[in-house]
Structure formats: C-alpha cells, structure tokens
Design a protein around this ligand. Structure first.
Ligand SMILES: Cc1cc2nc3c(=O)[nH]c(=O)nc-3n(C[C@H](O)[C@H](O)[C@H](O)COP(=O)(O)O)c2cc1C
Length: 185
C-alpha cells in the first residue's frame, strides 16, 4: 500500500476526503469538530459543532447555529477561529485555522429553506440559548428563521497530523495556494 502521508499532495487530498465524507455520513468521526473561538474578555472557548458543508475549490467549511448563541456573537466580535477534527479510523487530526462570516436573515434564507423540519428545532429554543432557567425542561422549541445563522469559515491554514509508525505533520496555507510544507511532529 502506498504511503499517503509521505506525500503533501496526497495528505491534503486525504484531509479533504475526510471532511467531505463527514458531511455525508452522520457516523463519521470527523462530523463533529471542536470549534474554538475567542470568548468574552479574551478567554478561549470551545464546543462541538456539526460540519454541514465543505467547498474544496474555495477552501470553505460551513456550520449552522443559533444567531443568539455565544459562539455567533463571539465570531462577530473576533472572526478568527479554529476547527479541530480527529478521525480515529484514519489516525488523522485536522486543525483548521479560519476566519468566519456569520450569515443570517435574508443571507441565510436559502440554507433555512433546505433544512428538514426537525433540524429547524435546533434554532428556536426559547428563552435564548444560555439563558438561565428554573427547571431542566423550562424551555420550548419554536423554530424561527430569524434565529438561524450560517457560519462560513474561510480556511486560511490546514494543519494535518497523521499518527503512524512515523508521525507526519504538514501545514497548508491559503496564501501559497495550499502547496504544503512539512513540520516536525
Ligand atoms: C455532538 C454535538 C454537536 C453539536 N452541534 C452543534 C452545532 O452544529 N451548532 C451549534 O450551535 N451547537 C451545536 N452543539 C451544541 C454546542 O456544542 C454548544 O453546547 C451550544 O451551541 C452552546 O455553545 P455556545 O454557548 O458556545 O454558543 C453540538 C453539541 C454536540 C455535543
């Protein structure tokens, strides 16, 4: 078998295949990356999200959220973010440094229209996400397109780490066309 992770071109291709499969396959380990943002007062924040779409040509990733969530307001204040993926089946970590755009309202109406009814419930919790409630179930699900936000991540850097007999670490930068370079693991 050829050693995919000894080639920069093949490594980047493997990373994209991993991300693309994650969108299509609900069971994919890469489907739920950790999204890290700069939180209030500059403290780091991290949480799981679902990867909804990829665009290999423009090097973009898409996530859906509630516009009223902390992550959405954090990304408006500081659009730089990291998405971290771990696919244990490939022994592959993918670390994406990106700049986010938060789309909502008319700019997200096509995305909202494409959502199944059940998925829309994720964007209609009342009171707003993170609001303190008296009892565990003191909330309602009222899908509201105005609460829906699309997070578009422009990938500026893709860093891969493959764990194998020899660990292989590579960095691919947008500003040089994602040509790639090797890093000591
Ligand atoms: C497996 C998993 C997937 C999740 N996917 C999303 C998601 O796609 N979008 C989202 O807003 N929250 C998602 N969540 C919930 C977030 O992790 C988080 O708890 C919530 O959005 C509040 O985060 P915030 O206060 O930092 O905005 C997911 C949680 C888990 C455990």
């Amino acid at each position: 078998m050829s050693d995919v992770f000894a080639s920069l071109v093949a490594t980047l291709d493997a990373a994209w295949i991993c991300l693309e499969e994650a969108v299509d396959d609900p069971g994919s380990p890469a489907r739920t990356p950790t999204l890290a943002t700069v939180g209030r007062n500059g403290a780091p924040e991290a949480r799981k999200v679902v990867l909804r779409a990829t665009d290999r040509v423009d090097a973009m990733l898409t996530v859906h959220t509630d516009l009223r969530s902390a992550k959405a307001s954090e990304l408006v204040a500081e659009p730089r973010a990291t998405l971290l993926f771990w696919d244990h089946t490939r022994a592959l970590q993918i670390r994406v440094r990106a700049v986010a755009e938060v789309r909502s309202g008319a700019d997200a109406s096509k995305d909202w229209a494409a959502l199944p009814p059940k998925a829309r419930e994720n964007y209609g919790v009342a009171p707003r996400p993170g609001h303190e409630i008296n009892h565990a179930d003191d909330y309602a699900l009222q899908p509201e397109p105005k609460n829906f936000a699309v997070l578009d991540f422009r990938m500026d850097e893709i860093e891969t780490l493959h764990l194998g007999e020899r660990h292989r670490r590579a960095r691919f930068l947008r500003h040089d066309g994602f040509t790639g370079l090797w890093l000591a693991p």
